[in-house]
Design a protein around this ligand. Structure first.
Ligand SMILES: Cc1ncc(COP(=O)(O)O)c(C=O)c1O
Length: 452
């Protein structure tokens, strides 16, 4: 007997009633991907208000690396909420912020680093850029095709895809220059894509932007929303070398890749890439709003007094959650577990590839595995319709997934790493069944099924 238990229609009657109220009271752009209103959750499962239990491979869009409601996180949050919930760290400081900063410095490689906390990924990216501008005295930024960095004005400008993130929201922030990111599966020269991207950047320093005006290059070590795209091995170290030559700082946006998801605390570690600035969020506090920027002191101390901050930044309850999350990651060996989970996911999809022609590529690092679907393996024409049918079918059988990619055709696994082997098998069994049944079928491509 598995843990999934879905009886009847999704949404069930209670979910349906709440979603009808949502339609009236909540703005439409916040559209819903899984029409099952959650009641409670634990580990990799959640139960909706109609009593259906699902396995969730989207894990709060990557936040629940240690699982929903991990007892140690719940206890840390409860204890902190009882002591005090908020002061504004710049008015009345608290030790738990400092403790988390010390812990994070150790996690991101130790040595000479300092940290600042923010509420969300986008806010942390904004601030990483402020640190970089202050440290270099420069204004321009480099970013990459396929990137996702957030939804605020600057981070939306750094984000690549127009629809649904940018259309209608211009003008965008100035002095943002975008260059190719290696996407071997969709590049004419495959594994040569990294070298080509580096050449484009070098050429761009003559034809696009004066490198002496560039403060930072921001990059995802593995693209998340862009399609779980893993760059070729030389790209990130090459980028770091070029940037160093021109006095440009590198910012690694590890918001989706960080905290162990890829089998290393930072995905950058896989590439011999030591970014000047690291940005973390998502899994860091297990779903409590917290994000971090870490860099050497000369970068972190460069902005003037009170130029960095915010009312809620480094909220004590979120810091307590993050301290517990980092402790759980260590105690439960979740960085190592990422490899085991990733291997199981990868081998299942690779095994299916002989029967499911729509599987174009299975790729990723650690547990950050993406499956790209195509209409034809020769032409590699994207097949978002097939993925949509697959996700829809799986959801109705109790397995929740999310997609990504410019063409809405990549299935991404953001599995809580505390998932048991039996639960993972159960989820993959459902996905396999639906993948086989969906052959030749097509659902509508839902842009809203992606999230970020
Ligand atoms: C790589 C990356 N950067 C930035 C963000 C933005 O983070 P947030 O949604 O917390 O603002 C996301 C969110 O998905 C992300 O995946």
């Amino acid at each position: 007997m598995g843990v999934v238990n879905v009886s009847g229609e999704i949404p069930g009657p209670r979910s349906k009633a709440i979603l009808a109220r949502k339609e009236r009271a909540v703005c439409d752009p916040l559209d819903i991907h899984v029409p099952a209103v959650i009641d409670r959750a634990l580990g990799a499962t959640f139960t909706d208000v109609d009593g259906n239990t699902f396995l969730d491979l989207s894990g709060g869009l990557g936040c629940h690396l240690v699982g929903y409601s991990h007892p140690k996180v719940v206890e840390a949050v409860r204890a902190q909420a009882e002591r005090f919930s908020h002061t504004d760290f710049s008015v009345i400081p608290y030790e738990i912020y400092v403790e988390l900063a010390e812990r994070l410095v150790r996690s991101v490689g130790g040595g000479d680093r300092k940290v600042a906390f923010f509420n969300a990924g986008a806010e942390a990216v904004e601030n990483a850029v402020k640190f970089a501008k202050a440290a270099t005295g420069r204004q321009a930024l480099i970013c990459f095709e396929g990137a996702f960095h957030g939804r605020t004005l600057l981070t939306m400008s750094l984000t690549s895809r127009h629809k649904p993130y940018k259309t209608g929201f211009g003008p965008f922030a100035p002095e943002v220059y975008r260059f190719p990111y290696p996407y071997p599966y969709r590049s004419a020269d495959g594994e040569g894509a990294g070298r080509r991207a580096l050449e484009a950047l070098e050429r761009g320093f003559t034809t696009v932007v004066d490198p002496s005006t560039v403060a930072a290059a921001i990059v995802e070590p593995v693209q998340g929303e862009g399609g779980f795209v893993v760059p070729t091995p030389e790209f990130l170290s090459g980028l770091a070398e070029i940037c160093a030559r021109h006095g440009i700082l590198t910012i690694a946006d590890e918001i989706q890749t960080g905290c162990g998801r890829t089998g290393a605390f930072l995905a950058s570690e896989h590439f011999d890439f030591e970014p000047d600035v690291v940005v973390l969020a998502k899994a860091l506090a297990g779903g409590y709003p917290l994000a971090a920027v870490a860099a050497r002191p000369e970068i972190m101390d460069a902005p003037g007094p009170s130029s960095i901050g915010g009312t809620y930044v480094g909220n004590p309850v979120a810091c307590a959650a993050a301290n517990a999350v980092l402790q759980v990651i260590e105690e439960e060996g979740l960085v190592e577990r990422a490899e085991v989970v990733g291997k199981a996911i990868r081998s299942r999809w690779e095994g299916l590839a002989s029967q499911v022609e729509e599987i174009g590529e299975v790729r990723g690092l650690g547990a950050m595995i993406g499956v790209e679907f195509v209409k034809d393996r020769g032409t590699r024409e994207p097949n978002g319709e097939y993925l949509s049918a697959l996700m829809h079918g799986a959801m109705h059988r109790g397995v929740v997934t999310v997609s990504c990619g410019a063409y809405h055709n990549v299935l991404r696994h953001l599995v809580p790493l505390v998932i048991s082997d039996a639960e993972l098998d159960e989820a993959l069994d459902v996905l396999s069944e639906v993948a086989l049944e969906s052959r030749g079928k097509a659902g509508p491509v839902e842009e809203s099924s992606e999230g970020d």
